[in-house]
Design a protein around this ligand. Structure first.
Ligand code: NAD
Length: 256
């Protein structure tokens, strides 16, 4: 399939999980893809597997100037930008509010929310002449789910992304730039390995009657490829009238 031939795409958080699956699907469908992540080795591996149509910048998305210039450099290398998937994110530290340090709060908010603003800010001048699509990865957390105790910074960052996407969708519609936001439930990626859950979370937990392992739609956790399918659909011409909306991709688990 070459559904995205001639499209120029940037994906942040492209070295793992949802971002990696999305980048690979865009590449397989003929797009040129610019990858952004902290992890240079994983980016090189993707570049080596797919070759000439792939560009990469190793940058920390909390480094404002670094992120702005990485997006500009990748767009320059590809000759423009049509599609942006704002996806880099962390769970950060899960702990009670009174124990959460200011640095821990800032790390989560800056990685997830501030970088969303910066990525979109960098993309607007690159997309405004020809239009384009922006998809932001938020979460069920902060939007439909508030029972992940200790995740106050994470949930706040994810709620902020949805509000920002709606503001951006209206503001950027004059340039024919569509902005949508996806809210995955549990997806099998590396994100949990990098999560710091403090033992004190046990002190603030309120028991939630949620059967262990159960999912309404299927007795399985979601996989990154399913989320990538949604990002590609929202970025395609078939989604030409969809903007400013959030789409949940969670097997209906957040409705429990
Ligand atoms: P992941 O850990 O597998 O991948 C995230 C990628 O982002 C990693 O490659 C990591 O290096 C990169 N990244 C993190 N901090 C960065 C930084 N400061 N600068 C540059 N790159 C950075 O996780 P994932 O599950 O694929 O997460 C992707 C997005 O999906 C996140 O925004 C996350 O909040 C969201 N999400 C995930 C789930 C889930 O269950 N996995 C559910 C809902 C939402």
């Amino acid at each position: 399939m070459e559904g995205f031939k001639h499209k120029r795409v940037i994906v942040t958080g492209a070295a793992s999980g949802i971002g990696k699956a999305t980048a690979e699907q865009f590449i397989q469908q003929g797009a040129q893809v610019g990858l952004i992540d902290l992890h240079a080795d994983e980016l090189s591996q993707i570049k080596e597997s797919f070759g000439a149509q792939v560009y990469a910048e190793t940058v920390d998305v909390t480094d404002s100037q670094g992120l702005l210039s990485a997006i500009t450099k990748l767009a320059d290398a590809m000759g423009g930008l049509d599609i942006l998937h704002v996806n880099a994110g962390i769970n950060g530290t899960f702990t009670p509010i009174e124990a959460l340090t200011i640095d821990e709060w800032d790390q989560t908010i800056n990685t997830n929310l501030r970088s969303t603003f910066l990525s979109v800010k960098a993309a607007v001048p690159l997309m405004k002449a020809n239009g384009g699509s922006i998809v932001i990865t938020s979460s069920v957390n902060g939007n439909r789910v508030f029972s992940n105790f200790g995740a106050s910074a994470y949930s706040t960052s994810k709620a902020g992304q949805v509000a920002f996407a709606k503001m951006a969708a209206l503001e950027l519609s004059r340039y024919n730039i569509r902005v949508n936001v996806i809210c995955p439930g549990a997806i099998s990626t590396n994100i949990d390995d990098r999560t710091d859950v403090e033992p004190a979370v046990a002190d603030i937990e309120i028991p939630v009657d949620y059967p262990e392992g159960a999912r309404p739609l299927k007795q399985e956790t979601g996989v990154p490829e399913q989320v990538a399918n949604l990002v590609l659909f929202l970025s395609s011409e078939a989604a030409g009238n969809i903007s400013g909306t959030e789409v949940y991709i969670d097997g209906a688990e957040s409705l429990l």
